[in-house]
Design a protein around this ligand. Sequence first.
Ligand code: ADP
Ligand code: MG
Length: 380
Amino acid sequence: MRVLPIASGKGGVGKSLLAANLAIALTQQGKSVVLADLDLGGSNLHIILGTPNVKLGIGSFLNNKDLSFDQIIVQTEYPGLRFVPGDAEIPGIANLQSGQKGKLIRRLKGMEADYLVLDLGAGTNFNTLDFFLMSGRGMIITTPNLTATVNAYLFLKNAMFRIMASSMKKKSEGGQYLESLKKEGQSLQRVYIPRLLDDLDRIDPKNAAALRESISRFRPRLVFNMLEDPKDADRAGRLRKSVREYLGIDLEHLGVMYRDDMQDIALSSRLPIITYKPESVLSQAVARIADKLIQLEGEDEGFLEFESVDESYQVAEMEAETDFDARIGYVEDLLHSGALTTGDLVETVKQQQYEITQLKKENRFLKQKLTQYMQKNSKA
Ligand SMILES: Nc1ncnc2c1ncn2[C@@H]1O[C@H](COP(=O)(O)OP(=O)(O)O)[C@@H](O)[C@H]1O
Ligand SMILES: [Mg+2]
């Protein structure tokens, strides 16, 4: 089974739209597909899919021992498409425990299908990162809007840190080096990853080789959505360039989708656009993406496996502390290259004020979790 996670740095960029329509498009090519709503806490895929009456979902499965995974699976009206609802009705499920995450991943991977399409929540929550890294070939979706591309870039950067944390155990030479960078107050996010890898080659050759091997299998794919004008596609080129230079990875361009007014009509008719108007520009774009994915079959395999909980917390802590610096760093890069307009800047400043508040909140939450975890462990 091929896993196709769909992620984004920012919300409202079209993840769920792509997930639902792509899943249907794949079944139209004769593939069997499982579509799962992993935007826990913000689940709305059932509405987009046109099955608004689902009651049970992942939240109920994780919170109710008597419920089997099979009981939450919905057989849709589309032949070959099964749906695993998330359910937003259960508060708190957005912050999955590591054990719950592992259980969920095992169940999903245990299903039999050609494709497993995952609709993820926005942003770099560590659960989202781990779902994304179930495949080395996950899709990141963004609009040409500056904030959205900056957030897409940061999402990928955090995914790189997650890969690093899983290759470099805390006690290893390389792990110690990463820790020391953090302690020196020299933000990890400010470090060029290609240069960091060179340092690790010297410090901890064995682990660095394993890390390079993982990174070589990490080849995420980009989908650019809500284009208004062909020149909007330039932003995609810029994003790919930053990703290559600063993260040392190649971002494959999987496709573009224009903004299509037909989508609003499809939405109010409660049908996915690919069913409602197969000949629309947007439906055609999704179908092309499905074709391309099928052509590329055979290239992707499983990716990261999940180990102990403390590593997740380790990387999560890293993120919350350093995310903001990177955001500024990236904007500075764009500023020097003359790529920003005044409007872009105003938007960015506003967004950053919001982000600071969010990151502070997240950081508090994670610290609290970490303390609880350590207390539990020291008692055991
Ligand atoms: N290419 C497009 N053309 C028109 N509307 C779109 C397009 N892509 C997404 N939308 C609309 O934008 C909104 C956000 O999309 P959604 O898939 O819910 O985003 P996300 O899941 O990333 O939060 C929805 O109302 C959706 O119908
Ligand atoms: Mg969504």
